[in-house]
Design a protein around this ligand. Structure first.
Ligand code: NAD
Length: 270
């Protein structure tokens, strides 16, 4: 990789929500490696956020850490304020923070429904709304980025695959898909690009319990034609491309990174 490609996000600033572990951590490191200044948002896992910071420093990147609950408007406003105070103009939002609270529908509490929707959908809305307001208030510098701003939602294959026992989660991701497309349609005239990356099974703390159980792993692999679980770094690399000028004509799109999980694998046998 030449230095130009290596630093293709030089001069840009990115916020990554929920960047203290898993996919968010890998995205924050990849963006920093591509030359972006990164705000590492974390909810409560300060040790995880410090680990992200250390990994960013190891690739000679720049970052700040900002604690905050993405489901609370005041915290979201503070996240954007502190980012602009530290780095100036904002170019990229990666809305990644997400949780699961699984239970059969007949037993699902309102509290578990509310918590998942609040973080995964309301949180994504508030962050995207704050990012869009920042983008339209800035002057476009095409030397830095052809687009006035880029938003990427980390959605899930469950924005199109129904998921029994996780109606709260699947609803939050299905909602994210329509939110992404509607925002993309509305903001394209402002030269703001809005897209989703929808991962399949990626090895992170969110599915640690499932991966500890041999039978659950067998069942998981049976749903993945490519025959393996994905790594967070594979999402990080795709994000870097999607927010770069190489993808300047891409808006309103969902990139499924899932080893073929959304290809109806059971039909593979005819
Ligand atoms: P993870 O649990 O490692 O990461 C989730 C992150 O979100 C954590 O850092 C957590 O602290 C943060 N977070 C949770 N609530 C928050 C809040 N209120 N405010 C701010 N941050 C908060 O799991 P992950 O797999 O890395 O998940 C990241 C995203 O990827 C999620 O949106 C998840 O739905 C999505 N996803 C993951 C997979 C997978 O297989 N791992 C598949 C599809 C989609």
């Amino acid at each position: 990789m030449n230095d130009n490609q290596h630093r293709k996000l030089k001069g840009q600033t990115a916020i990554v929500t929920g960047a203290s572990s898993g996919i968010g951590q890998a995205i924050a490191v990849a963006l920093a490696e591509s030359g972006a200044n990164v705000t590492v948002n974390y909810h409560s896992d300060e040790a995880g956020a410090k680990e992200t910071e250390a990994r960013i420093e190891a690739v000679s990147g720049n970052c700040i850490l900002v604690k905050g609950d993405i489901g609370k408007e005041h915290d979201v406003n503070r996240l954007f304020f502190q980012t602009r105070e530290a780095f100036g103009d904002l170019h990229i939002l990666i809305s990644n923070a997400g949780i699961q609270k699984d239970s059969p529908f007949l037993e699902m509490s309102y509290a578990d429904w509310d918590a998942v929707i609040k973080t995964n959908l309301y949180g994504a809305f508030m962050a995207a709304n704050a990012a869009a307001k920042a983008f339209v208030g800035q002057e476009l510098d095409e030397e830095v980025s052809k687009a006035a701003g880029k938003i990427v939602f980390i959605s899930s294959v469950h924005d199109k695959i129904p998921w029994s026992g996780r109606v709260n989660y699947a609803t939050s991701k299905g909602g994210t898909k329509m939110m992404m497309q509607s925002i993309a349609q509305e903001l394209a005239p402002y030269k703001i690009r809005v897209n989703s990356i929808s991962p399949g099974a990626i090895e992170t703390p969110i599915n640690e319990d499932q991966r500890d159980d041999e039978e659950e792993v067998r069942q998981m692999l049976a749903k993945i034609p490519y025959g393996r679980i994905g790594q967070p770094e594979e999402i990080g690399k795709a994000v870097c491309w999607l927010v770069s000028d190489e993808a300047d004509y891409v808006t309103g799109a969902t990139l499924y990174i899932d080893g073929g999980m959304t290809l109806y694998p059971s039909f593979g046998e005819g």
